[in-house]
Design a protein around this ligand. Structure first.
Ligand SMILES: NC(=O)c1ccc[n+]([C@@H]2O[C@H](COP(=O)([O-])OP(=O)(O)OC[C@H]3O[C@@H](n4cnc5c(N)ncnc54)[C@H](O)[C@@H]3O)[C@@H](O)[C@H]2O)c1
Length: 376
């Protein structure tokens, strides 16, 4: 992630110091960027002069003292709170008072990272999506300690890098990794109930729903080990709210070493010559699957608005620009009709007697008042 973020900043014209404790990673990052630049020149996205200027703007170093004089420091090291806290308190001794200290963490609380600093008001979350140069979305996450000026300055800076920024509250999963949970969780549950197999669920979501990848193809791509850990972390962080309950199917796949593409086998077999199973393309089954996953995604999106995690507009931007959803979930809800969404959720809640399906209070209130989401 770090090298991608360095590329974004260098392309925006900044001088960048890319530091890593591992020199091999630095070499890899340098070579990767050189290859990317060759491709961008071939595609005429940048001129040859620009490509070399971008590369020259990045200094590769193992010495963090080279950060002295930086205006902003973006940390993208191992996802471990203790390590990040140690590094942040060390950063404070290197940079001057005005330097913004940002973390690219996906799952740790920004408040807990900021707590390691004497001047915690200048610490903020700046969460990119992978690969950073290609994915437009960046979540800006002020901690409770972050000063308003730092939040504004960080947002303005990343906006000037031609990214789409959204403001998110410092809560587990921020926007995207919270709202997207049912895309995986409900797909796994539908499979576990024997309603449909992996290929059919993927077909329903891509062909009928317009999602770029089906949930099982996507989990195989992310890695079942990684995706399971994120789900478990979010579940624990939400004090075991059943909405975020992980799945045994994914746990077993992960335990078996069936991580997905990287291990050659996940929900699908990626070995050479392996055939992909054919889906059942029954339209009514497909629509049942799509609707069930979709109303739960909409419910999450509505609840994120209800709990002031982000504005309705930013929630929709986050899902379309961070994970390529075909439509904003709340715009989708307006289209379907909020009363219909609520009706389906109420039905699931009653049928299962499981709090996992409880409808968002906001949805119920909006239906009662005949309202739609304001996405302006
Ligand atoms: N991979 C993703 O899709 C993704 C997306 C968004 C955010 N993130 C977040 O970005 C961060 C990094 O993730 P990643 O996937 O790039 O991890 P990674 O393991 O690929 O890279 C981490 C790098 O940090 C270096 N490092 C470790 N400790 C260090 C230290 N003390 N000082 C300097 N360098 C150190 C390692 O050598 C390694 O090169 C994590 O916080 C992660 O949650 C990752």
């Amino acid at each position: 992630m770090g090298s991608g973020i360095a590329q974004v900043a260098a392309q925006a014209g900044h001088t960048v110091v890319l530091a890593d404790t591992n020199i091999e990673q630095l070499d890899k990052a340098k070579q990767k960027l050189a290859k990317i630049m060759i491709r961008l020149v071939e595609k005429e996205r940048v001129s040859a002069e620009e490509a070399s200027a971008i590369q020259e703007r990045i200094e590769y170093t193992t010495d963090q003292n080279d950060f002295a004089g930086a205006g902003i420091l973006i940390e993208a090291i191992v996802e471990n709170l203790e390590v990040k806290q140690k590094v942040f308190s060390h950063f404070e001794t290197i940079v001057d008072e005005k330097c913004i200290l940002a973390s690219n963490t996906s799952s740790l609380s920004i408040a807990s990272i900021a707590a390691a600093c004497k001047n915690s008001g200048r610490v903020i979350g700046i969460h990119f999506f992978n690969p950073a140069p290609l994915m437009p979305l960046v979540e800006i996450i002020p901690a409770v300690q972050t000063s308003a000026e730092i939040a504004i300055a960080a947002k303005e800076l990343v906006d000037s890098w031609k990214k789409v920024t959204v403001l998110a509250k410092d809560t587990p999963g921020f926007i995207v990794n919270r709202v997207a949970r049912p895309f995986y969780g409900e797909a796994l549950k539908i499979y576990e109930e024997g309603v449909a197999d992996f290929a059919t669920i993927d077909w329903a979501m891509t062909e009928l729903g317009g999602f770029r990848m089906g949930p099982f193809t996507l989990m195989d791509y992310i890695g079942n080990d990684v995706n399971y850990t994120v789900t478990e972390t979010v579940f624990k962080a939400f004090y075991y709210d059943p909405r975020y309950r992980p799945s045994f199917t994914q746990k077993r796949h992960s335990e078996a070493g069936w991580y997905g593409r990287k291990s050659g086998r996940g929900y699908y077999d990626y070995s050479e010559g392996a055939e992909k199973p054919a889906p059942n393309t029954d339209a009514s089954l497909g629509n049942e699957i799509l609707n069930r996953i979709l109303v739960l995604l909409i419910n999450e999106a509505a609840d994120a608005v209800f709990l002031n995690i982000a504005s309705a507009k930013d929630v929709d931007l986050a899902m379309t620009k961070g994970v390529n959803y075909p439509k904003g979930l709340l715009a989708w809800a307006n289209e379907i009709g909020l009363a219909r969404v609520l009706d389906q959720l109420d039905h699931l809640h009653q049928e299962y007697g499981d709090d996992k399906y409880r409808p968002s209070v906001l949805l119920r209130r909006m239906v009662r008042n005949g309202e739609k989401f304001d996405l302006g």
